[in-house]
Design a protein around this ligand. Structure first.
Ligand code: SAM
Length: 293
């Protein structure tokens, strides 16, 4: 399929020339690896399934390569960028797009619900981003807590993408896999070579799509307890589930109590957290919570 170019040139040469023309260098500390591969930009936009009614939050627009694609397809794009120095370049590259609002803030310090109401009224929102990798996990956790999101399409480190999609019994399975799969359906879109960026990062990346679920796939009586149990189970990976969760202070539970719950549910007392499914975590948590009522 022939790829359509969206206005400006996002090639490595053009990105380098524009940055040096403005006296700027990519800031490593802010995870500034700019996408320079048009095919990856197109695949991200395609995965997001935008329509002319879509409301989009982009995190870290940088020089605007992805923003321009989003603005072409969506009704409205709000782009949150922390780096004040890059804003003149971004504004220049967004000339002619009247449906983009740039907000110069740190995404982790923003109240997203307030931002959504102010910018999008009551509409559902899609998040699309090439994330700054130094804060991938906190951003994902923040987004998962938002009720207003319908989908998230993000580029992240390939190693983190593998953790999000991992199932029980695999080496990548952990607290992050469970937290994400409790809220969303995970769909890997594609891997991306380091060569697709300027500057070239050390690691491969992946684009993944998360469809936010209306209801979690398992019934949980007390979500705070459920997440403490998950974090407790993986807090000491080499130990059994009982020993790891039983010595995790926020859970406030003895090893004897956890052992009796496993016995009741017919689960081996030697099991490790990495072998327990989302359903089993929910069952164990619910049984422990019932025991405390
Ligand atoms: N979207 C651009 C692209 O694909 O070429 C840039 C992506 S670059 C990987 C990440 C961007 O996130 C950078 O522009 C960086 O300045 C911005 N950023 C880093 N930390 C941020 C934060 N806490 N809040 C908002 N933006 C941030």
């Amino acid at each position: 399929m022939k790829r359509k170019k969206v206005g400006l040139d996002a090639s490595k040469k053009a990105v380098r020339a524009q940055l040096s023309g403005e006296g700027l260098r990519p800031k490593k500390g802010l995870g500034q690896n700019f996408l320079t591969d048009e095919s990856v930009l197109c695949d991200i936009v395609e995965a997001a399934q935008l329509t002319e009614d879509s409301c989009v939050l982009e995190i870290g627009p940088g020089m605007g390569a992805l923003t321009r694609h989003l603005a072409q397809r969506a009704k409205k794009v709000v782009a949150v960028e922390i780096d004040t120095a890059i804003l003149p370049v971004l504004e220049k590259n967004l000339t002619g797009f009247s449906n983009v609002t740039v907000i110069n803030r740190d995404i982790l310090k923003l109240q997203l619900e307030d931002l959504f109401s102010e910018c999008f009224g009551k509409e559902q929102v899609k998040v699309i981003a090439n994330l700054p990798y130094y804060i991938t996990t906190p951003i994902i956790m923040k987004l998962l807590a938002e009720k207003r999101l319908s989908s998230i399409v993000i580029m992240i480190q390939r190693e983190v993408a593998e953790r999000l999609a991992a199932g029980p019994g695999t080496k990548n399975y952990g607290a992050l896999s469970l937290a994400v799969q409790y809220r969303a359906q995970v769909r890997p879109v594609r891997d991306v070579s380091p060569e697709a960026f300027h500057p070239v990062p050390k690691v491969w990346s992946s684009v993944i799509a998360l469809s936010l679920l209306k209801e979690p796939p398992v019934a949980v009586l007390d979500e705070a307890h459920f997440f403490h149990l998950i974090h407790g189970a993986f807090s000491q990976r080499r130990k059994t589930f009982i020993n790891s969760a039983g010595s995790y202070p926020p859970l406030c539970s003895s090893k004897e109590h956890i052992k009796s719950v496993l016995q009741k549910l017919g689960i081996s007392e030697n099991i490790r957290g990495e072998s327990l499914s989302l359903e089993q975590f929910a069952q164990i948590s619910n049984e422990m919570v019932r025991g405390k009522l």
